[in-house]
Design a protein around this ligand. Structure first.
Ligand SMILES: NC(=O)c1ccc[n+]([C@@H]2O[C@H](COP(=O)([O-])OP(=O)(O)OC[C@H]3O[C@@H](n4cnc5c(N)ncnc54)[C@H](OP(=O)(O)O)[C@@H]3O)[C@@H](O)[C@H]2O)c1
Length: 245
């Protein structure tokens, strides 16, 4: 395995069993990267995705790891490096959405969402850093709510995603000496399980008149994690059908 970052260096996707994460896993594998990915509550979907990629000639494996547990995050990174021999791409997609206005939001829900959406991102970058190839890529999946909260009941979720955007800016500076780029994709509404109950409310609000597709986020991730994207770092790229325009 080469010690230089390339378009076939191995990748690890936190939260890859469903939704955007699964689309990202499929895309990186189709582009020729060995891909490890984590899941927490969907073992069957994770196993099926890994099997699908292997059947198509790719290399993939699934790891059970709750992003709220920093030790599980560390072990997932070590398992990936052990299996693939190196790590070139880290994608931190795992995230949860708990809604509610601040007066009704519980402290337990605040802690859970912060643990997955913020501390989980920090832990992934923190523990992956020593293993990442110089010149490698880190991509986080934030949200356009970091730019504009947009609706009542989204304040805590938006806060977690704003924290990710700022963490990424700092991480870009921290890892610039190693030519590792760090960028944050901020999707607007994308058709996944997370938005299944919100479609009626969301679609009329979108200037492009449709909800986004997971593959559109995977396309941007593929570009950002490619060798050609080496001069972009510290950015939050909003991809939301014009919602925040
Ligand atoms: N969908 C949208 O409109 C939208 C918009 C903006 C931003 N986002 C963000 O995009 C990311 C993906 O969203 P999605 O819509 O694809 O969500 P999703 O369909 O609910 O899928 C979430 C994925 O993350 C994993 N995950 C959740 N909690 C985890 C944890 N504690 N540890 C490890 N993995 C965990 C899930 O694994 P299991 O199935 O195994 O639990 C699943 O693979 C999230 O960060 C979300 O906040 C989504």
């Amino acid at each position: 395995m080469s010690s230089f970052f390339s378009d076939t260096s191995p990748a690890l996707v936190f939260g890859g069993s469903r939704g955007m994460g699964a689309a990202i896993v499929r895309r990186l594998a189709a582009d020729g990267r060995p891909v490890a990915f984590t899941y927490v509550s969907s073992p069957a979907m994770a196993a099926a995705l890994a099997a699908e990629i292997e059947q198509e000639g790719g290399s993939a494996f699934a790891i059970a790891a709750d992003s709220a547990d920093p030790e599980a995050v560390r072990l997932a990174i070590e398992a990936t490096v052990e299996r693939f021999g190196s790590l070139g791409v880290l994608v931190v997609n795992a995230g949860i959405l708990i809604g509610g206005t601040i007066d009704r939001f519980t402290i337990a829900d605040f802690d859970r969402m912060a643990a997955v959406n913020v501390r989980g991102v920090f832990a992934a970058i923190h523990y992956a850093a020593p293993h990442l190839l110089d010149g490698g890529r880190i991509v986080t999946i934030g949200s356009n709510t970091a730019e504009r909260v947009g609706s009542a009941g989204s304040s805590v979720y938006a806060m977690t995603k704003a924290a990710v955007a700022q963490l990424v800016r700092g991480a870009a500076l921290d890892f610039a000496p190693r030519q590792i780029t760090v960028n944050n994709i901020q999707p607007g509404p994308i058709e996944t399980d997370m938005t299944a109950d919100l479609m009626e409310y969301i679609v009329p609000k979108l200037p492009l008149g449709r909800i986004g597709k997971a593959d559109e986020i995977a396309d941007l991730t593929a570009w950002l994690t490619g060798v050609g994207a080496g001069y972009m770092t510290g950015e939050s790229l909003t991809i939301d059908g014009g919602w925040t325009a």
